[in-house]
Ligand binder design. Structure first.
Ligand SMILES: [Zn+2]
Length: 232
């Protein structure tokens, strides 16, 4: 066992950490697309508005037919020659005019509803095209993410196997110290010694610690940050 083994173990652990973090990122991005769902929601709303508009339009067309029948009947009475009383004729005239006004208003409404239905159909086809494009993009992205996920999974498995081999070369007490320090030092329990200083905390190391660390046999901890010192 040497501190070199500990340093190598740490490198493997850091690689494993990076793979796990990347995989968590992928995991978070896998799943249904919110943007596609939002567009589909808008599409459903437009569809419901179109159905309501088309129903109003049918009602309005029935009303027009109904008014036409009434107007025709009144005109037959007016011009058929059966009614001769001027007062009655004036009454029929007024009634006809009233229905004709109603019919004009119903025509306006029907025209307005037709325009509204056309606008809704145009909106729907634009939304549908947008949703299709987004969905295709989402499928491509999900496919790429799944491919990356399986690559990373395989790499992580291989790293974990290497890690196990690497850890088996280290004495239980050194391994225990390493495992104790690792979570407390943001994954870096071993610090390289550079120019007589600890790279973990930048303190100048006492000669005694340096000499001990240079032997590279038993773990020597930095007196300041407690990391295991490694001299390469
Ligand atoms: Zn230190």
């Amino acid at each position: 066992m040497s501190t070199r083994d500990l340093f190598a173990l740490q490198a493997l652990d850091l690689d494993c950490d990076a793979e796990r973090e990347a995989m968590a990122g992928i995991e978070a991005r896998l799943g249904p697309s919110e943007a596609v769902a939002a567009l589909q929601g808008e599409l459903a709303q437009a569809q419901a508005r179109l159905a309501a508009t088309e129903k109003q339009l049918r009602d309005s067309e029935w009303q027009i037919e109904d008014l036409e029948v009434k107007i025709k009947a009144l005109e037959q009475k007016l011009y058929g020659g059966t009614v001769r009383n001027p007062k009655e004729l004036a009454g029929l005239q007024a009634e006809t005019q009233q229905f004709q006004q109603q019919r004009a208003a119903a025509d306006d409404l029907a025209l307005h509803l037709m325009e509204e239905a056309d606008a809704l159909k145009a909106t729907m086809s634009a939304l549908s095209a947008q949703a299709q494009a987004l969905e295709a993009e989402w499928r491509r992205e999900q496919g790429a993410l799944r491919a990356e996920q399986s690559q990373r999974q395989a790499r992580l498995q291989s790293l974990e196997a290497q890690r196990q081999t690497s850890a088996s070369r280290i004495s239980p007490s050194s391994l225990a110290l390493y495992e104790f320090l690792r979570p407390r030092k943001a994954g870096r329990a071993v610090a390289r010694v550079e120019g007589g200083t600890c790279s973990g905390c930048r303190i100048s190391l006492p000669m005694k610690d340096l000499q001990q660390a240079r032997l590279g046999q038993e773990p020597v901890q930095c007196s300041s940050c407690e990391r295991i010192l490694f001299v390469s």
